[in-house]
Design a protein around this ligand. Structure first.
Ligand code: NDP
Ligand code: PYC
Length: 339
């Protein structure tokens, strides 16, 4: 383990995060929901959406665009659809407020969707699919961001980094989960490379003239690239449509225009789809879920790993050790808390 890392108890990390957020004027509900997300990400060693994100809250909250005390408005009147208007606050509290309605509808109908509208969104999606999996449901979650990513074959940004997450409940505490940006890497990962003075791999971005670059600053100014060429590009377009026009919210390009140069966290919608295997399978549930387990065994049985396995291993390790935080980041966070 690097000498640059300090381990702090989850309670201390949560207190630090909550203290910073309350100090910036966020309401208790938002501060708790955000602190849980960034501390969980840091604990699981998903650093691009961990405690580092708190530093970005300082300029974002001072721009006056985000509502710091927005009370999400839940409309659960349609049979299979929950609509949550985040009212220009952060997305995480809106997700928490709508979740029980989503689960209840999926339990009744077999499938239900939740649209979160008008939310500022900065977080990883896997904590949300894990929450849904812990209710025994399969889920798909997606959201746009800001138009930073060029479509395959083009050089000008159109798409957001548009993450897609999937969760499948399994026996035991760890569901099958994947969660990835449809860009070659999350923008947060490129920003972390820039902070660390590291180059980025070829294929992550191009400079403003459309040339390949390994310089994170140039890629952030130019355009990011999709993962898997045309395949990531098509998935990214799907996310723009499903979590944009389909739910009457902004595409990444519209969200960027709405930002109007402020440079704050993207504001847009999020779509969450939940399916209840019990309703699909009835009495054949155990047998079919067991068939899924056979597929997982066929993957791990040959030495390949499941997505989230690294994360679950980090979680298990850090249960003993605490939350790993880069010492320089800890100094910055403590200064932010004190300021
Ligand atoms: P990664 O490329 O780091 O990981 C993507 C997924 O692939 C993870 O589930 C990971 O599991 C899995 N994985 C990685 N390597 C392997 C492997 N060798 N075999 C099997 N599975 C593997 O993620 P990204 O950089 O694309 O995204 C990081 C985060 O950024 C996500 O949580 C995403 O939600 C977030 N994000 C949020 C945005 C927003 O607008 N809110 C925008 C873009 C991204 P493991 O973790 O175990 O390695
Ligand atoms: O890392 O790409 C990213 C990102 C965008 C919005 C939040 N995270």
């Amino acid at each position: 383990m690097s000498a640059d890392i300090e381990f702090i108890p989850v309670e201390d990390a949560t207190k630090l995060a909550t203290g910073i957020l309350l100090g910036l004027g966020l309401s208790a509900g938002h501060a708790e929901a955000i602190a849980r997300s960034v501390v969980t990400a840091q604990r699981d060693e998903c650093y691009s959406h961990g405690l580092w994100r708190l530093l970005g809250f300082v300029p974002t909250t001072r721009k006056g665009k985000v509502s710091l005390n927005a009370v999400p408005e839940v409309d659960a009147s349609a049979p299979g659809v929950v609509k949550v208007d985040a009212r220009y606050g952060y997305s995480l509290l809106a997700f928490r407020e709508g979740l029980l309605h989503l689960v209840e509808k999926a339990n009744t109908l077999g499938i239900a969707a939740m649209a979160i509208n008008n939310c500022y969104h900065f977080s990883a999606l896997w904590p949300e699919v894990e929450d849904i999996a812990s209710a025994g449901l399969v889920s798909l979650v997606m959201t746009p961001s800001h138009s930073w990513v060029a479509p395959a074959g083009g050089k000008k940004p159109v798409f957001g980094t548009n993450p897609l997450a999937f969760g499948w409940p399994r026996p035991g505490p760890n569901p099958f989960v994947f969660d990835f940006a449809t860009s070659a890497a999350a923008r947060g990962e490129i920003e972390l490379h820039r902070r660390a003075g590291k180059t980025i791999p070829l294929g992550w971005g191009i400079d403003s003239d459309g040339n390949d670059t390994t310089d994170p600053t140039e890629a952030l100014k130019g355009a990011m690239l999709t993962f898997g060429g045309h395949k990531g590009s098509a998935l990214s377009a799907m996310i723009e449509l499903m979590a944009g026009p389909l739910i009457a919210d902004m595409t990444s390009a519209e969200s960027m225009a709405f930002d109007d140069g402020a440079g704050v966290t993207p504001c847009h919608g999020e779509l969450i789809i939940a399916l209840d295997p019990k309703v699909f399978l009835g009495g054949a549930m155990a047998e079919n879920m067991q068939r899924a387990e056979k597929m997982f065994d066929a993957i791990t049985g040959q030495g390949a790993r499941l997505p989230s396995q690294r994360r679950y291993e980090a979680r298990a390790r850090n249960r003993e050790l605490g939350v790993p935080v880069q010492k320089s980041l800890l100094v910055e966070l403590r200064e932010t808390l004190a300021s």
